[in-house]
Write a protein that binds this ligand. Sequence first.
Ligand code: ZN
Length: 203
Amino acid sequence: MSDNLKFENIYCVGRNFVGHAKELGNKVPTSPIIFQKSNSAVNTKEIIKIPKNKKIEHELEIVLLIGKDGVPNSHEDARTFISGFSIGLDLTDRGLQTELKKKGLPWFSSKSFQGSAVIDTHFRHECPNEFYLTVNQKIRQEGSLKQMIFSFEEIILHLSKIVDFKKGDIIFTGTPEGVAPLESGDQIEMGFISHPPKKLFVV
Ligand code: ZN
């Protein structure tokens, strides 16, 4: 798929993997936890700029591209709203998020800083089962579809009770365990197992 994609709303699912919910000391949710990033947070380049003096953590996630407007009426119909699957990083200012969580405030400012929605624009028509992230050639995160608490269809059906979809909407579907801070100089590879990875560099 080409780079002239126009993205609309950026939706994200929190705590969709048991291992990640536990590593941050959270309970496993009984329905999807949804938050948003602003469209201006999208970064489709090969460079990640980390704000100075911040603990910015990577969250490796499968990213869905919504291919049509409207609302699905069934589980099967939900699948037809997905036009592509790719990989992204839900970059998170963890220090700020922890503070906001303590105060019971929205996570927005810890999740939607400039460049925080990293997306590989090479969307696929099928979703491979396993995905991974390396930092400086070492594995940091690995996930598989069967570890997800809520399936893509369940996420889409849940979201559609809140919003009408627009063609070009993006959904970050949650991260497996292994989230950790990025440092200036880090070399990143992220992708589906046995497919060419996207390479990024942190400055
Ligand atoms: Zn996330």
